[in-house]
Write a protein that binds this ligand. Structure first.
Ligand code: TGC
Ligand code: FAD
Length: 391
């Protein structure tokens, strides 16, 4: 396939905004994705299977699992470096970025931010290396956007806790060695570390997805799961716990979506240069060039926004509503770009021979998870007006 004359990154001069270290880290992850993910991903997606355990170890060796956390085997990189890694991983597939997001920004982050020293020592090094896979159970069948309504509960029984409930749509659920499960207690919402072999805990795969097929999604069932006192995360007892972790994962997503969009755009431009209709390449028609230009502008604005938010995070001043601005804008922009690119590929756009429809379908999930388009709109609305309009 013909390569594009100038990438969107070159058009926006992105490298000038990155340090040598950030560029180097980005290039290492890009190389991994080009060699290990891109040749296999269409097949994994088509079969609805991902070699998660194998990949987790490879991603652990690459150093991207919990890379932005400090200590306990984590690399302790800047937030911008983590964001750049998410872009490259999602240029491979949103499912690969999801694996990394859930591991590092949700499961590991929960233990890192709210766990005891013993819990951190016990779990984080093995999770950073990919030896142990984690999942994060917040959503329930009847409570998605509104986790405050959760029914999963934990009651004290002597020194132990007894957990009951069901979690739904849980990434990595049935391959995880450990689940961080959020449950209602008399003391507020608390997080529990549940090893997957615990009696009464089952994880059932969810089948028939047409999006994120190269990602494991599961239902978690907790049926009188008995846990010792030291299983509870001591550092938080309100929804602030899971929502703090969501800020981290949403931050990765606001970068990651740009990777999927970039891959679509590059594919649609090179396709348009090769594809001849009415005796000329379709890329030579003004209507097509307007599509390319408009998409490049949206991509570039999204990238500048992501880098701005990343710099704020590295200064320690990024606020949750600013993360919502990024997730809202960039998930929406990426999905619009993927749909436009799908059209440019014509009939070829509906096959897995090209990455576009795979990214497009994946981005439908990304648009919904980690706070839907509407939830982030309402967060921004609240920030602007002071009026919460969720209920
Ligand atoms: P509200 O009453 O406002 O707050 C409850 C407590 O939480 C605190 N808080 C936050 N803390 C940190 N970060 C934030 N963004 C926070 N937002 C609120 C707040 O201060 C309070 O703390 P405390 O200690 O005073 O009690 O909460 P609410 O019930 O009104 O809800 C607000 C709303 C709607 C924004 C929130 O529920 C929400 O974000 N809903 C969307 C749910 C969601 O995003 N779920 C995602 C599940 S995980 C997932 O999708 C993984 S996908 C796989 C992948 O990432 O690849
Ligand atoms: P609902 O909350 O029922 O929303 C349905 C529609 O109603 C949406 O358009 C929503 O925006 C709209 N809506 C809801 N309330 C309002 C309102 N007040 N005003 C206006 N519109 C409203 N969860 C986890 O906990 N862990 C995971 O690892 C995880 N992984 C996932 C992986 C995949 C592939 C998917 C698809 C989901 C995953 N989720 C996970 C769940 C995800 O976070 C939820 O799907 C998401 O929060 C939305 O919840 P819901 O699907 O129940 O939709």
């Amino acid at each position: 396939m013909t390569s594009v004359a100038q990438s969107v990154e070159e058009l926006f001069g992105v490298d000038a905004l990155l340090s040598d270290e950030e560029q180097g880290m980005r290039d290492v992850v890009r190389k991994f994705v080009d060699k290990r993910i891109k040749p296999e991903i269409a097949d994994w997606f088509e079969r609805g299977e991902l070699p998660v355990r194998e990949l987790a170890r490879e991603l652990g060796s690459l150093g991207v699992l919990g890379m932005h956390l400090d200590g306990y085997g984590c690399a302790g990189t800047s937030a911008v470096s983590y964001g750049l890694a998410c872009i490259e991983l999602e240029a491979g597939d949103s499912g690969i970025r999801s694996l990394v997001s859930v591991q590092g920004s949700l499961a590991m982050k929960a233990i890192h931010a709210f766990g005891s020293e013993e819990q951190k020592q016990e779990w984080l090094p093995d999770m950073a290396s990919g030896e142990v896979i984690g999942c994060f159970g917040l959503t329930e069948p009847d409570f998605g956007s509104n986790p405050a309504g959760m029914r999963t509960n934990a009651k004290r029984d002597g020194d132990d806790w007894i957990l009951n409930g069901t979690k739904m749509w849980i990434t990595n659920g049935d391959v995880a060695g450990v689940a961080v499960v959020w449950a209602r207690t008399d003391e507020g919402v608390r997080g529990f570390i549940v090893p997957s072999e615990t009696s009464g805990f089952t994880a059932n795969p969810i089948h028939h997805k047409l999006s994120l097929r190269a990602s494991v999604t599961s239902e978690l069932v907790l049926d009188n799961v008995r846990l010792p006192a030291e299983s509870v995360l001591p550092g938080v007892s309100s929804l602030r716990g899971p929502l703090t972790c969501l800020n981290e994962a949403r931050f990765g997503i606001l970068f990651g979506t740009l990777g999927a969009a970039r891959d679509c755009l590059e594919s649609a431009i090179s396709y348009g240069i090769d594809r001849v209709q009415f005796d000329k390449p379709i890329a030579s028609y003004q209507l097509t060039q307007k599509k390319y230009a408009d998409m490049a502008l949206e991509w570039g604005k999204g990238m500048l926004l992501a880098l701005h938010l990343g710099r704020l995070k590295d200064q320690g001043v990024l606020r949750p509503e600013q993360v919502s601005v990024g997730k809202l804008n960039n998930a929406r922009a990426a999905l619009d770009i993927a749909r436009q690119c799908r059209g440019i590929l014509g009939a070829n756009g509906v096959t897995l021979e090209y990455p576009v429809i795979r990214h497009m379908n994946n981005l439908e999930s990304v648009f919904t998870y980690e706070g839907t388009n509407e939830m982030h709109t309402l967060v921004v609305g609240e920030a602007l007006t002071g009026i919460a309009a969720y209920r």
